[in-house]
Design a protein around this ligand. Structure first.
Ligand code: PMP
Length: 437
């Protein structure tokens, strides 16, 4: 017997195959997930994951704050809390957003379980199956996973070294309109893009917003890296140009620690009400303990200094990455990140980063193939390299190994012509664990 989706029920692999909801069809293990088990072996230099470098965090200070929190305020910290989030934390988030010029009232903020949950909530309240979401080409893999799970029709809009291209956005919206369709959301990571490593220029920000508003599209501005710029002050958020046209997402994952799972959304009043209802139905309330831990950290620790320490750590690694690429990958090109964790590399003509990955892992270096960051299978000519976690020496060694793999691929091409090698890039290893960063 066949089920609706053509699979056989009761297979040994999964006897419930015929029972899953249609929306699970897009839920497949990402390339990053498959990689993690291999990439976390000590002999592999992983330029793949985007884990913040917590070595720079004063664990003794954090430890003391946590034990004081439980000792002095345990019954509140370990209790359920408000669905919208702790009012004290919401007040403090205003200070954290000030450098990015997000002007808001604590009532405009919804605290979420990481900004990942905010992405889920926004999609849930706006997107029906088949609705169009516009997203940069390429886009954050975790957002694409959310959009897929709500059966959105994700359409990519081109970026260049200055971020999303306003003309490309306008052309896309005109084409949609001609086809009798409209986009519900424009998803954008304006600062230190994951995976693109570029920042939306100041000049383009109001233009992007103006175009989106002209076509009735709500902007979803995802900004976890906004404070991690290496030079100068952060640029004004898109939100700063018109809070009614934008939902702004922030996170403590990159500027403090992802383990607390605390992020937030700033949304226009009516949208915020819906977000709270959606969040309550998903999780009742965000973790009181995590929120109070973050509040206590912001209150008792010089968090701005700590962000500066993170910035310097990432700058040193960015420099090591760019120098290594310059010295060892003369046939590739790459973006020039001014902050954040990632550089986006274009490999020489004819190479396929997805097919090459198993050979790279055999050579003990891991990266994320570009295909992970598109909803439509593009990206084989790119890869994402992260410089946030390994030491500068390991970064250099990783790039050296990668260069050897690329040189070998190019040799094969010269010898046998440009016929691509067979794609054996199925999941390397299935494993649970950290994913999608
Ligand atoms: N958005 C972007 C662009 C990210 O890179 C990440 C994590 N890597 C997230 C959202 C989610 O972060 P979190 O849920 O930890 O706040």
């Amino acid at each position: 017997m066949q089920t609706g989706d053509g699979s056989k029920p009761g297979s040994r692999l999964d006897q419930w195959l015929g029972s899953y909801a249609a929306r699970t069809r897009g839920m497949t293990a990402s390339e990053i997930r498959a990689l993690f088990a291999v990439a976390s072996r000590p002999e592999v230099v992983s330029l793949a994951g985007g884990m913040p470098n917590l070595a720079a965090l004063p664990m003794d200070v954090v430890g003391k704050a946590l034990s004081t929190l439980v000792a002095t305020n345990g019954p509140v910290a370990l209790q359920y809390g408000s669905g919208q989030g702790d009012p004290e934390l919401r007040r403090r988030i205003l200070d954290v957003m000030a450098p990015n010029r997000v002007n808001a009232h604590p009532d405009d903020i919804v605290v979420t379980t990481g900004s990942q949950q905010a992405l889920d909530l926004v999609t849930r309240i706006f997107v029906d199956p088949g609705d169009v979401i516009l997203a940069e080409a390429p886009s954050y893999v975790g957002a694409l996973g959310v959009f897929r799970s709500y059966q959105a029709d994700v359409q990519h809009v081109a970026m260049d070294a200055e971020g999303l291209i306003p003309e490309a956005l306008q052309d896309k919206l005109i084409a949609l309109k001609r086809a009798g369709r409209r986009a519900k959301l424009l998803y954008t990571v304006p600062n230190h893009h994951n995976p693109g490593g570029v920042t939306l220029s100041a000049e383009r920000r109001p233009r992007i917003l103006e175009i989106a508003q002209r076509f009735g599209v709500l902007v979803l501005e995802d900004d976890p890296y906004g404070l991690l710029g290496f030079d100068g002050d952060p640029l004004p958020s898109i939100h700063s140009y018109d809070p009614d046209g934008v939902i702004y997402l922030g996170s403590f994952s990159k500027t403090f620690a992802p383990g607390f799972r605390v992020g937030w959304a700033v949304a226009p009043h009516a949208v915020r009400e819906k977000l709270v209802l959606a969040s309550e139905s998903a999780i009742l309330c965000p973790s009181s303990f995590s929120q109070m831990a973050v509040t206590s950290y912001l209150e008792n620790h010089d968090w701005k200094h700590q962000v500066g320490v993170f910035r310097e750590l990432y700058r040193e690694r960015r420099d090591a990455m760019l120098q290594a690429l310059h010295d060892m990958l003369p046939t590739s090109s790459w973006t020039n990140p001014q902050g954040g964790f990632y550089v986006w590399v274009k490999v020489p003509e004819g190479l396929d980063t997805k097919a090459m990955l198993p050979r790279a892992v055999t050579a003990r270096v891991a990266y994320v193939p570009g295909t992970a960051f598109y909803a439509d299978g593009q990206g084989r000519d790119h890869m994402r390299l992260s410089y946030c976690y390994p030491s500068p020496e390991r970064i250099r060694e990783g790039v050296r190994r990668l260069a050897a793999v690329i040189d070998e691929e190019l040799d094969v091409q010269t010898t046998f012509g440009a016929t691509p090698r067979p794609d054996r890039s199925g999941p390397l290893v299935e494993s649970p664990g950290p994913d999608l960063t």
